[in-house]
Design a protein around this ligand. Structure first.
Ligand SMILES: Nc1ncnc2c1ncn2[C@@H]1O[C@H](COP(=O)(O)OP(=O)(O)OP(=O)(O)O)[C@@H](O)[C@H]1O
Ligand SMILES: [Mg+2]
Length: 573
């Protein structure tokens, strides 16, 4: 009786009225929590076994009954032949099923069974319910559109903690990497699905023609950072989307490469570059290139920031004269800052301990001002940090000025701190150059373009010239120890270059005018500091002219004095 009942109804499931199977439907079907009269749902690919056996069995019974009632001569013999034929058919089907079962056996033993054991108690399915009726795991997830499916009982509430546990169980038992997770909890058909994510290419090399063909036509203001899934270019428009960019990544993850890839593209379109690199050797590719200023000492970095900010202020004032549709007459300036965390610390220490000043370092203030002004004045900060904390970025408000954050080789805590609005946290992996480019609340997995130093150099030097139009203090460049220093050392960025040395009566400044706090920041020191130094004498420059109580100096002599002082003071730095 029980055999017949099971043939007709299948196993009882959650209660007597809920069965695992139906009569006509192929495959294992069930309706969880719905009346038996409603159409059952077919789960996964299923097995046609039970329905075939039932239908064939029923037909055989009806046929035998029919033959028996007619009882013509030879009907028993014919019936025997039919039975043999039917038996052979059933055997063939079973044989076919068996070979399939044999093929899947390893897969089930290795993946499905352990997951079944771990997941079944969480979902509350009875032990006699076959795993394949609620769980489908394709042998190769990457090639399967359906992916892994876990059908959920109708009573499943899906509280956050339960969901998380179920997700963790599936991902750990099946060793799934970074996958799309989809919960469907509406209507009757509840399930959880894991599908493979489309991934970016494994490598994106600048030397590949296909990559070059993407980079070459890119908009000058929108350098290509890398390629996303399907080879889609990922870039950020510095003029319209985000003027500054930060990369937060562990050591060796490819920070310097990313910065140089972006910088080289911008230089190719005519931008000039200021590199602030305490590590000294991160950007050898740019050494000696036209339009590049390389600052290695903390004193140079301090000065460069102060000067850049003064220049940006000046551009800001000039910007009023130009409408939105007019090209401003200045060059895009890119400031590449390595090791943000230690540079900020060193700047503060330099101001306090070496210059013996109090308060916030003017270089740190200048850095913040650059962040706030960036877009309008086309001065862009590209910053690298091991961990892009608010403290190292100059405070939370300053950090918010970085519209684009690229994360690579991060841990969960770092992501939650920097991009709390973007969930779920992706798995970071160890592949070099693999990053997540986050902009406007979305992060895109991207394989960053890789350029060798030589390629960067050649690309930056080709295209539009990157030479800075204005450079009023050639002597001062010498003091920075670089042949092509191009940071405009005067705060006002005059469009037409003129050398103050040609006209000694013009271009002289008082200490008041030269100071950073009272005047035009010809040097990065405060008035009080300059005045005391002048009173002490020593190697402080002599005034070129004295007009009554006004003592006038050439800005260059003051700048040289500051440079030499910083150099001798910074010693081993
Ligand atoms: N986009 C990329 N594609 C392939 N390989 C890369 C990529 N970026 C970096 N690499 C590899 O990783 C190495 C380290 O890169 P890079 O020097 O840029 O890292 P970093 O984060 O600046 O390291 P550090 O913290 O030491 O400054 C490179 O020499 C290169 O071999
Ligand atoms: Mg580096």
């Amino acid at each position: 009786m029980s055999v017949l009942s099971r043939l007709r109804w299948g196993h009882a499931m959650l209660s007597r009225s809920h069965r695992e199977d139906s009569w006509w439907w192929l495959g294992w079907s069930f309706v969880v929590g719905a009346p038996l009269s409603t159409a059952p749902h077919v789960v996964g690919a299923g097995s046609p076994n039970r329905a075939l056996v039932r239908v064939a069995g029923a037909l055989a019974l009806v046929g035998a009954g029919y033959a028996y009632t007619l009882a013509p001569p030879g009907s028993v013999v014919r019936l025997a032949w039919w039975s043999w034929a039917l038996g052979a058919l059933v055997l063939a089907v079973l044989g076919w099923q068996f070979t399939g079962w044999l093929r899947d056996w390893r897969h089930r033993r290795r993946w499905i069974r352990p997951l079944d054991i771990a997941l079944r108690p969480q979902l509350g399915y009875p032990p006699n319910m076959p795993a394949r009726s609620w769980l489908s795991v394709p042998p190769d997830l990457a090639d399967d559109e359906e992916g892994v499916r876990v059908h959920l009982p109708a009573a499943f509430v899906g509280r956050r903690i339960e969901r998380q546990r179920i997700e963790d169980t599936v991902t750990s038992k099946l060793a799934l990497g970074d996958v799309n997770v989809h919960w469907r909890l509406v209507s009757r058909n509840h399930y959880l699905q894991f599908t493979a994510k489309a991934r970016p290419p494994a490598r994106v090399l600048f030397r590949d023609v296909a990559v070059r063909e993407i980079i070459e036509p890119a908009k000058p203001s929108r350098p290509v950072i890398g390629l996303a899934a399907g080879g889609r270019p990922v870039g950020v428009d510095l003029d319209s989307e985000s003027p500054h960019m930060a990369v937060s990544a562990g050591t060796g993850a490819g920070k310097s490469n990313m910065l140089r890839v972006v910088a080289a593209q911008l230089m190719h379109h005519g931008a000039s570059l200021v590199i602030l690199d305490l590590k000294r050797r991160s950007h050898r590719w740019a050494k000696g290139l036209e339009g590049v200023t390389y600052c290695r000492e903390i004193s140079e970095i301090h000065r460069a920031l102060v000067e850049l900010s003064a220049e940006a202020m000046d551009r800001n004032v000039q910007a009023d004269q130009y409408g939105d549709d007019q090209e401003p007459p200045w060059q895009r300036r890119v400031v590449l800052m390595e090791e943000l965390n230690s540079t900020m610390e060193e700047l503060a220490a330099y101001w306090r301990e070496e210059l013996e000043e109090r308060g916030v370092s003017p270089a740190v203030r200048a850095y913040r001002q650059l962040l706030y002004m960036g877009r309008a004045v086309q001065v862009h900060l590209l910053t690298a940090a091991q961990l892009f904390t608010a403290q190292s970025a100059g405070g939370p408000a300053a950090r918010a000025q970085y519209g684009t954050i690229v994360m690579s080789r991060f841990n969960q805590r770092a992501w939650k701190m920097l991009l709390p609005e973007i969930t779920p946290v992706p798995k970071s992996g160890r592949q070099p150059g693999r990053g997540w480019v986050a902009l406007g609340g979305e992060a895109e997995e991207t394989q960053i373009v890789f350029m060798t130093e030589r390629e960067c150099r050649e690309w930056a030097a080709s295209g539009k010239p990157s030479a800075v139009a204005v450079s009023r203090s050639p002597q001062d460049h010498g003091s920075q120890g670089k042949p092509t220093a191009t940071v405009a050392v005067q705060p006002r960025l005059a469009i037409v270059p003129d050398d103050p040395a040609d006209d000694p009566d013009e271009g002289l400044v008082t200490l008041w005018q030269a100071s950073i706090d009272k005047g035009d920041a010809w040097v990065g020191l405060r008035y009080d500091h300059l005045r005391k130094a002048a009173e002490r004498g020593g190697d402080f420059p002599e005034p070129v002219r004295v007009d009554g109580r006004r003592r006038l100096y050439t800005p260059e002599s003051l700048q040289r004095w500051v440079s030499n002082r910083e150099r001798s003071g910074s010693g081993g730095r």
